[in-house]
Design a protein around this ligand. Structure first.
Ligand code: SAH
Length: 257
């Protein structure tokens, strides 16, 4: 790969937001995986308060709402995602239990000790895994649950190309066992950890982007930034195919001590 491949940080946020608002999921995952993670969480009832942080357009939130009881607040930085989130909730007639609000995961609008469950798929990296766990913990009731998915290394060592890609994209990426230690250190009992199956990346994340990429290239013909952005997306998918033995998304589920 050439050194011309840009870091995702260098692209215009509006472009990224426009692109991801046109797919169902903004990160790797699947309805089956969301349900599997939920299966480790007990004691939810219709009065339970659940927060889905970095909810995007709500792909996983609607699955939570259809599987478990409780009131769910989705929080995301991007107004377009929240608009789509709330219209998705209405389409599924979940608007009385599922509400999306604009907000920053670094400054959440909850009261200490009010939440039964904090959920976050493919988003905690924005604040950092360790900082997110430590800062969000106070919003949970005693014995409240946290369930987050995070890109993680599967091995102690890996080829330079993929190591360098991740050190640029997310230098905090850790091995599964180091993340588990961070979860424990932050004051959670580790209840379950599992690796997301490959289809969460391929069928549910990269494949829906393929036709969108063609459409974007047509719509923005001649636009250098868009062309580079799409090349970047395609590069990420190629790297995954080549190096998926070394990294992937992992769900971490813990209970507040
Ligand atoms: N949970 C969704 C989206 C994951 S992508 C899914 O799995 O499909 C990460 C999300 O985090 C994006 O929607 C992005 O807008 C949001 N995000 C990024 N920084 C944020 C911040 N500081 N506060 C809240 N949300 C943020």
């Amino acid at each position: 790969m050439s050194n011309d491949i840009k870091s995702i940080h260098e692209f215009d946020l509006n472009l990224i937001c426009d692109y991801y608002s046109k797919v169902e999921r903004q990160g790797p995952g699947s309805p089956e995986v969301t349900k599997k993670a939920l299966s480790f969480i007990d004691h939810l009832n219709s009065r339970s308060l659940i927060a889905d942080i970095g909810c995007g357009t709500g792909g996983q939130t609607m699955v939570i709402a259809q599987t478990a009881p409780g009131q769910i607040t989705g929080i995301d930085l991007f107004p377009t995602f929240i608009y789509l989130f709330n219209s998705n909730a209405r389409k599924l007639n979940l608007q009385n239990r599922v509400k999306g609000i604009e907000g920053n995961m670094e400054d959440l609008p909850f009261r200490d000790g009010e939440l039964d469950l904090i959920w976050s798929e493919g988003a905690i990296y924005n604040i950092g895994f360790e900082r997110g766990l430590n800062e969000w913990r106070k919003f949970l009731k005693p014995n409240g649950y946290i369930a987050v998915s995070e890109a993680s290394w599967f091995t102690e060592e890996r080829p330079d190309e993929i190591n360098e890609f991740w050190l640029d994209a997310y230098p905090e990426i850790e091995t599964v066992s180091n993340n588990l230690a961070l979860l424990q250190k932050a004051g959670f009992i580790p209840l379950a950890t599992f690796i997301l199956p490959e289809i969460c990346w391929t069928k549910h994340f990269f494949e829906p982007q393929e036709s969108l990429q063609e459409a974007f290239l047509k719509q923005y013909e001649g636009n250098q930034t868009v062309r580079e952005f799409i090349e970047n997306q395609r590069h990420e998918a190629q790297l995954y195919e080549k190096y998926k033995a070394y990294y992937g998304y992992v769900f971490y589920i813990g209970r507040k001590i």
